[in-house]
Design a protein around this ligand. Sequence first.
Ligand code: G6P
Length: 468
Amino acid sequence: MVANRLPVDFTVDENGDVDWQRSPGGLVTALEPVMRGADGAWVGWSGAPGLEHEPFTADEMLLVPVTLSADEIERYYEGFSNDTLWPLYHDVISPPTYHRQWWDAYRKVNLRFAEAAAAQAAPGAVVWVHDYQLQLVPKMLRDLRPDLRIGFFDHIPFPPVELFGQLPWRSQIVEGLLGADLIGFQRGGDASNFVRAVRRLTKHTTRGPIVTVTDDDGQITRHVRAAAFPISIDSKHFDELARKPEVQERAAEIRADLGNPQIMMLGVDRLDYTKGIRHRIKAYGELLQDGRLDVEHATLVQVASPSRENVGAYQELREHVEGLVGRINGEFGELGHSAIHYLHHSYPPEEMAALYLAADVMLVTSLRDGMNLVAKEYVAARSDDQGVLVLSEFTGAADELAPGPLLVNPHDIDGMKDIIVAAAHMDHREQRRRMRRLRRKVMSDDVAKWSETFLGVLTAMPPRTSHV
Ligand code: G6P
């Protein structure tokens, strides 16, 4: 497994002692249970600058740290990955920045990851590369180790070629990905966007999901498949967690601490502009203004976990969100009744499960989201078949979970307000009917099934070099 992040984030204190904690985000949530059961190595960055560390075992996983200097973190991670690719791949919600020095760093760091993977992999091994930070690795790795079977999975959306075409290095990215035998995406739409980009930007030919890669002389060298493999969570583990008496007690305690509101709404996101947090809070504030909700009966808990804090667009977002929360609380809050409980923290899975259990309505209002695993965690936690999931149309999860959730377009503030009110008033029978439907899907299509399906297709593919 090769991913930008290891599942643990290192911190080094003043005495030089190294400590670690769980890394943020959906990729680690999904991949950690897959790797726990596998006999393999996870190659990734430790999260700290300049830290050199030997491979080590943690939680039954062999972790192989890749070192990034402070300068590389700035150019490859904060720059090209999170200020160029991330906004470009999420519908340019924030304008992407194109810097040639960032691209140089991206290439250099991708090569380092490819070399680290090449050094770890046994002859003929399967190597699975992940996400937008490492799109050049499949080709670099194939050049170093033609014996390997290489898969790639893109955890975020793949944009339409009309947007992707802005990228000055668009052809290199497509060629980098085509080094894989199998390229997985969250939605069918992402896979077809990629195939269209291949047709528009390269000389290779395509037929349905198959790309036929040709060399400079027009000779066919390989076939690559691009298809959708929607990711999931360790549903059973989450379900069991939420059934624990101490988690259920904690859920009751959370509600009591909030003053036992009739309706507790919940948002859980990395503090990211793709998540539609501002749109959600604006709609909520207007509902209080209009008198359709009131602070004595309803409250919103917004967990916004810190993310990418050195990137300007994230700093601006934090200011906007915190300004908005302050204004709404100032205007509508009463002693003992806050309109919004805003928590700029991340919490361990037990606390998350308790929050999900406590929440009557879960608000997932992303403007664009590869999958959104928070929506699936909420469903997995609700073995009581209660609770309402409000879910943005612009998530991969909406493609999979409809018609169980109440779908919203977060740009349509009036429409979203009506849906939030409908969710708050939904009767228990209707909640049960919808939640059962959601749980059938989430509990059966878990992350183990996802990885087995992907690896099954990858290993069953015909031999690597075929002249047809
Ligand atoms: C998303 C991405 C992951 C990333 C995570 C957290 O889930 O798909 O690749 O690791 O966000 O972001 P960060 O920049 O902290 O790794």
